[in-house]
Design a protein around this ligand. Structure first.
Ligand SMILES: C[S@@+](CC[C@H](N)C(=O)[O-])C[C@H]1O[C@@H](n2cnc3c(N)ncnc32)[C@H](O)[C@@H]1O
Length: 244
């Protein structure tokens, strides 16, 4: 599979206004859930959102396992994170959208590069990648990953997110704990010049992580790809040029 750009939809002035080749978002006719009465409010809301999400449709059309694939495509296009021949660690890999994109770009079969994913949720194999079904917070995980990648890595990327509990502060702290653990791991395995990318939620506890990243990398920035839902406080921190 090669990395495909999401379709921009029909070129009609009303059906897809604002959409671009990498941003299939646009004004579309809203789909409503007919079985709303039989569902809980949150389930109906979720379904309605899925049905009206152009990235869900685009992911399905392009054979990507998640709409999250477009987040990585967009960040990679803007910042040039992945290259053929790279060794890439994908933390929180399931269902495999980011792994698919990484394999497409790294081309492990041709280049000797490697893509290794880990998640405590199982997922079907992505040809060309290795997958470890394990909690990244398990004490054994870092060593298993290092062995699998076979030396140092060019990129450590984390899209890990714990199930939300609905309490904003708790959710924020839990995701930041994962981002910090991902960063500690990245410090151990990255090659000089390497890239660290992690999902974060905006909020206070992020300052410490940011300061450490600024110390260890030449460039640190926050990005919110178009494919990241506007109503979510999700962002990504991207750190380039690991000082080693
Ligand atoms: C947003 S999804 C990742 C989507 C993925 N990037 C893709 O493109 O398909 C977040 C993932 O993080 C995983 N996750 C959360 N905590 C984890 C942990 N401690 N260890 C491993 N995976 C974890 C979840 O199981 C979930 O599959």
């Amino acid at each position: 599979m090669t990395v495909k750009k999401p379709p921009s939809g029909k070129k009609s002035s009303t059906s897809n206004r604002g959409a671009s080749k990498n941003n299939p978002r646009g004004a579309q006719q809203k789909v409503y859930v007919k079985t709303r009465k039989k569902r809980s409010v949150s389930s109906a809301r979720w379904l309605e959102r899925q049905l009206n999400d152009p990235y869900v449709a685009a992911a399905k059309a392009e054979g990507y396992r998640s709409r999250a694939a477009f987040k990585l495509i967009q960040m990679n296009e803007d910042l040039g994170l992945l290259k053929a021949g790279y060794k890439v660690v994908d933390l929180g890999a399931a269902p495999g959208g980011w792994t698919q994109i990484a394999v497409d770009i790294v081309q492990p079969d041709k280049t000797g590069g490697k893509v290794v994913g880990i998640d405590y949720l199982d997922m079907p194999e992505v040809p060309g990648a290795e997958f470890i079904c394990l909690d990244f917070m398990d004490d054994a995980a870092p060593e298993i990953l290092k062995k699998s990648i076979g030396g140092k890595a060019h990129v450590v990327m984390s899209d890990m997110a714990p199930p939300t509990v609905g309490h904003k502060q708790t959710d924020h702290l839990r995701i930041m704990a994962l981002a910090e653990a991902a960063y500690e791991f990245a410090r151990e395995v990255l090659l000089p010049g390497g890239v660290f990318l992690s999902k974060v939620f905006m909020g206070g506890a992020e300052k410490d992580l940011l300061n450490s990243l600024k110390r260890d990398f030449t460039k640190v920035k926050h990005v919110k790809p178009h494919a990241s839902r506007a109503d979510s406080s999700e962002m990504y921190v991207v750190a380039l040029g690991f000082r080693g």
